[in-house]
Design a protein. Structure first.
Length: 362
């Protein structure tokens, strides 16, 4: 069901200040010759900060790399490449001309003592979200593709549809029934053209807007404590937010893990406008990605307290306007490093940019 919206009781006192380009593809490395983009970031127990970029190799084949982030004496962030974190080794991670492990996000969940990576496994049936977990933020163990619980009351089987932009909350929150739960955001896509080009999709009655939107699902935390694999079996699905403004008229999707702030949960998200030609699963030439923000209630993340009417960030620099997919800023990580909250984002599906999250007036 769609969540009823409360009137915005708060403004969003945050902004994004660009720092610059952090990582560009090394064309002499076949595994990243076609782009580095959309990274996850995590800090391990020793304080080392690791970045996990999506590496696009020759033939549009993606892997999840690993690199150490180093803060120089003058505060500049630099990158030291450290190999591959997740190679597309499983049947559900590769297939056809376009395949691989893509667009990771990482959430540290202290309640469970682990890091959880969500990533897009692009296999024979198109993009599906998969999970991997780690104790040390370096080596990863797969939990497999996410299997959404069927909701008979909504007549909704999310497993029929491609899904992307999944990210976990870092803290336990109350589920819809009040049970302490692990919550996650994701974005179903009702387009089945990747596997059924001529298929007329018959959507459940609960879906009133076919544009991709942000959904929220839950797993009771006690189920996860008994069996970590329960993280890959979320239920209690609800639509959280859909497109509203012109700059997000085509679709929206979650960015980094929601960040706990004094006002509640700060969620950066991407909004897309323009025109999609042909399949939504192929690179487009007439789309525009911008960054917006929502504030969600701390105790009930289905309650939207405020939402930006205008984007916080639009593709303005040459690196953001020109690339494999032009006019893209795509945030995928926020990490606190030496007291500052850094935002990491994809630039035109080709490079990685870094910015700083600031409070208004800072």
């Amino acid at each position: 069901m769609t969540i009823s919206r409360a009137a915005a009781a708060h403004t969003i006192p945050y902004g994004i200040r660009r720092i610059g380009t952090l990582m560009s593809p090394d064309i002499d490395r076949r595994e990243e010759a076609e782009g580095v983009l959309n990274p996850a970031v995590a800090t391990d127990g020793d304080g080392t900060v690791w970045m996990f970029p999506r590496l696009v190799g020759v033939g549009n084949y993606s892997r999840i790399g690993r690199a150490e982030l180093i803060r120089d004496g003058d505060g500049t962030l630099t990158v030291r490449r450290d190999g591959i974190a997740l190679e597309p080794e499983r049947t559900w991670e590769s297939g056809g001309e376009h395949g691989g492990t893509e667009d990771p996000r990482i959430t540290r969940i202290p309640e469970l003592g682990i890091f959880v990576m969500t990533y897009v496994a692009f296999g024979p049936t198109g993009p599906r979200t998969a999970l991997a977990v780690s104790d040390d933020a370096r080596s990863w163990r797969r939990l497999g593709p996410v299997q959404f619980a069927f909701d008979d009351g909504l007549d909704l089987d999310l497993n029929l549809f491609p899904n992307k932009d999944m990210v976990f909350f870092p803290e336990v929150v109350p589920g819809p029934d009040g049970v302490p739960s692990i919550a996650l955001l994701h974005r179903p896509m009702w387009d089945l053209s990747f596997v059924r080009p001529a298929h007329d999709v018959r959507l459940p009655e609960v879906i009133s807007d076919t544009r991709p939107s942000i959904w929220i699902s839950y797993i009771p935390v006690e189920e996860v404590r008994r069996d970590l694999a329960a993280l890959a079996r979320p239920g209690a699905h609800r639509e959280l937010a859909g497109p509203e403004q012109e700059w997000e008229s085509l679709k929206i999707g979650a960015g980094p893990s929601p960040l706990r702030v004094p006002e509640g949960w700060l969620l950066l998200y991407h909004g897309v406008s323009g025109a999609i030609v042909g399949s939504a699963f192929t690179p487009q030439s007439d789309v525009h990605y911008a960054v917006g923000a929502m504030l969600l209630d701390a105790d009930d993340p289905t309650r939207i307290l405020a939402r930006t009417a205008e984007p916080l960030m639009t593709p303005d620099t040459a690196e953001e306007r020109e690339g494999i997919v032009s006019n893209v800023v795509f945030p995928t990580a926020i990490e606190r490093i030496d007291g500052a909250d850094y935002v990491f984002y994809g630039m035109a599906d080709s490079r990685i940019g870094v910015a700083e999250l600031i409070r208004d007036g800072a």
